[in-house]
Ligand binder design. Structure first.
Ligand code: SF4
Length: 344
């Protein structure tokens, strides 16, 4: 197998969890050329994967078919004569391009009515019995070749781009932030409020970290959409303290670099959590309505806090019971104490 195309998922966390599939393909086919077709917002994840030769960025929009764009990309990819394509999203539209590009092996889950578009398929896992996402993606590699590999030792790995690291170092210098004791706090989670630990708790934790040691710096990291949470946290802490809101002011490549140089990351169950795990940075991951057995941070440096209430995991975006105890009952002291276990 000389040339393989991957159609990337559309969520950052899912993208991180596809890296073991890439590593497994590279191991099976060491001379293969692996390219990834990715939307602009997940492309940086694949630029941080050493197995990938080329990341092809496309301006896909959520919930849009964009037929002309897909036809145009398929025509360009056809010339590259890929031998196999792994279609990782489950949507019908994601399977159109490899079919139009005449890629002989089109591999994926059956997904949404994709008969014919996908010609090497696994059945969709049942919602009640979903395997962890890394295993879910890895299972597809077996369709290409009759070979099994042990899944349990496989975890995603990302590399930090040197140019992004230099940009971050420049930004830190401009903001007069020393790079040797940075705690990254990630208050966002795109899925919804039932995955977001309260901002007042993040504020308390941030204040505790900077009061504990005058060298500590806290950087709040997230997307533009998370800036509101960054602002809420800043409004609740001492304005002269070493707490900085970088939500919305980094690219994803820079966010990866910043996480890579941090002392620890504290986050919700989010894409940035998976990035910290793939970089093997010490981290505390706070889970609310989701299930850490399904999407855990895959790192021996990760500690998960999950209360496992009788109502958990409900997988709802907002708490159907109105109290959000799965997150409100996780107090900043518990997170701080968990963080301190890294020093023991
Ligand atoms: S129902 Fe339970 S698990 Fe779901 S959001 Fe509410 S407190 Fe959390």
């Amino acid at each position: 197998m000389q040339s393989i195309l991957i159609i990337a998922p559309n969520w950052i966390g899912d993208a991180v969890m596809t890296q073991p599939l890439l590593a497994s393909l590279k191991k099976k086919y060491p001379d293969s050329h692996i390219d990834v077709l990715a939307s602009t917002w997940v492309a940086p994840i694949y630029r941080a994967c050493s197995e990938v030769n080329q990341v092809i960025e496309a301006k896909f929009e959520h919930q849009q078919l964009q037929w002309n764009l897909r036809k145009q990309i398929a025509a360009e990819l056809k010339a590259k004569k890929y031998q196999a394509c792994f279609v990782l999203p489950n949507s019908f539209k994601s399977a159109i391009i490899p079919w139009l590009a005449n890629i002989p092996f089109r591999i994926g889950y059956r997904g949404e009515m994709r008969f014919g578009l996908i010609n090497l398929a696994l059945d969709n896992p049942s919602k009640m019995n979903r395997p962890p996402m890394v295993e879910h993606y890895l299972a597809l590699s077996q369709l290409l070749k009759e070979e099994t590999s042990p899944f349990n030792a496989v975890t995603p790995q990302l590399n930090v781009s040197l140019s992004a690291k230099q940009v971050v170092l420049n930004k830190l210098q401009t903001s007069n932030i020393k790079s040797d004791s940075i705690y990254v706090l990630c208050p966002g989670a795109e899925y919804g409020p039932s995955k977001r630990w309260p901002t007042e708790y993040f504020a308390t934790l941030a204040s505790r970290l900077v009061s504990e040691n005058p060298n500590n710096q806290v950087i709040l990291l997230g997307s533009k959409g998370d800036d509101i949470f960054g602002q809420q946290i800043l409004a609740q802490v001492d304005q002269n303290s070493c707490i900085h809101n970088w939500c919305g002011s980094t690219t994803l490549d820079e966010a990866i670099a910043l996480i890579g140089m941090s002392k620890a990351v504290i986050s919700n169950d989010s894409g940035l959590m998976h990035i910290a795990a793939a970089l093997k940075v010490p981290q505390v991951a706070i889970f609310g309505s989701s299930d850490p057995a399904h999407t855990p941070p895959l790192s021996n440096q990760a500690k998960v806090i999950w209360l496992d209430l009788p109502c958990s995991p409900c997988h709802k975006r907002e708490c159907p019971l109105g109290h959000l105890r799965c997150l409100n009952d996780i107090l900043p002291e518990q997170v701080f104490a968990t963080l301190n276990t890294f020093n023991e």
